[in-house]
Design a protein around this ligand. Structure first.
Ligand code: ATP
Ligand code: MG
Length: 348
């Protein structure tokens, strides 16, 4: 089993946003098209229920939304296996077996789980066991497909560490069975954790601070207008700060030399623009206008492709069904291997 296998996924808790795009989707498409990898892309509906148990219809509706976002950015069911987590019961089985290999204290230390629990108002009265243990179910997802590579944003690194520990423990207890996965995080630290338009935290679909891949032109423009810049940059002449400035952070990720040539030819590139802003004499309105143009250029083709696929939701659901059948075959084989290793193969 020397082939490179990718497993990634998204929770169907909302539409996908530009944080997903730069943090994970863009890379997935590139790896898919390189032909060097076999890709499994999972819509994590069961995981989404761990903190949305009271709104199953929200999770259900967003399965289609996420699938449309996938197709819109260029994930291709002919090249990647795109599937729905809940349709693979073996993942639950693996989760159950792996939970014996993880302590409560270890889960409590997980920084991602910790910060997500703190962020969620509704968890003030209690944290569901399913949510608390979702790092274990992620280990099941990753190992079920024998993934060697997991392209994720930085917020998911502790999850991958947990998976690696489980793989190590499983293999040392029961013999070499599971494949050890590696994280692939964008080298650019801003892309690995894109802030929200509020400038404070990570952009997240549950946080109300996102620009979505399906936002229309007016919505994008309106969101850019509200974006946080440098509060001390009051007059155009004032020197400005570009490092904690969300508009500049987004430009550093999205603006290409072609964008400069087309929309802002007075500047060759990002460095020239930041130098002027920091010196003083460059107003927020002009910079925001440019960012709006850059985002419109980037998102227009994605939105148009999405609209095309959205015309035939039945075909999209059929694609997910076929993907789920194919994915289940692989997860079944892994589970058989796991049960054999754990001496649970009584009848064969
Ligand atoms: P939720 O708020 O429901 O957790 P989310 O926006 O965090 O939603 P997920 O479905 O949890 O999205 O994450 C899917 C993938 O996208 C993960 O690999 C995650 O690391 C990556 N990702 C999410 N938000 C960002 C971001 N702001 N910057 C870079 N990558 C991100
Ligand atoms: Mg998340």
């Amino acid at each position: 089993m020397s082939k490179n296998i990718i497993l990634t996924g998204d929770r169907p808790t909302g539409n996908l946003h530009i944080g997903h795009y730069v943090g994970s989707l863009r890379k997935r498409v590139e790896l898919q098209n390189s032909g060097k990898y076999e890709s499994f892309i999972m819509i994590a509906d069961a995981q989404a229920l761990t903190d949305n148990a009271e709104t199953p219809e929200k999770v259900r509706d967003n399965v289609l939304n996420v699938a449309l976002d996938y197709l819109a950015v260029g994930l291709d069911p002919k090249k990647s296996t795109i599937f729905i987590q809940s349709q693979i019961p073996e993942l639950t089985e693996l989760t159950f077996f792996y939970s014996n290999l993880v302590t409560v204290a270890r889960l409590q230390r997980n920084p991602t789980v910790k910060s997500e629990i703190e962020q969620k108002e509704k968890f003030k009265t209690g944290v569901p066991v399913g949510f608390f243990t979702y790092p274990i179910s992620q280990a099941a997802d990753i190992t079920a497909f024998n993934a060697t590579v997991v392209p994720v944003g930085e917020d998911q690194l502790p999850m991958l560490e947990q998976t690696r520990e489980i793989v190590h423990k499983f293999n040392s207890l029961y013999g070499e069975t599971l494949i050890m996965p590696n994280a692939m995080v964008p080298e650019n630290s801003t892309a690995a954790r894109l802030p929200g338009i509020d400038g404070n935290s990570k952009m997240g679909k549950s946080l109300g601070n996102a620009i979505y891949l399906c936002d229309d032109a007016e919505t994008i423009a309106a969101k850019v207008k509200t974006m946080f810049t440098d509060p001390k940059h009051l007059r155009v002449e004032d020197p400005g700060n570009t490092t904690d400035n969300t508009v500049f952070i987004y430009l550093s990720i999205f603006a290409t030399p072609e964008h400069f040539a087309t929309f802002l030819p007075e500047y060759k590139n990002y460095d020239e623009l930041t130098a002027h802003y920091e010196r003083g004499g460059l107003g927020d309105v002009k910079v925001k206008k440019f960012l709006n143009e850059v985002l419109q250029e980037t998102l227009r083709p994605i939105r148009e492709r999405r609209e095309k696929f959205a015309k035939d939701p039945k075909a999209v659901m059929e694609m997910l069904q076929n993907g789920s059948i194919a994915a289940r075959k692989v997860a079944f084989e892994t589970t058989e291997r796991v049960k054999r290793a754990m001496k649970l193969n009584y009848f064969n």
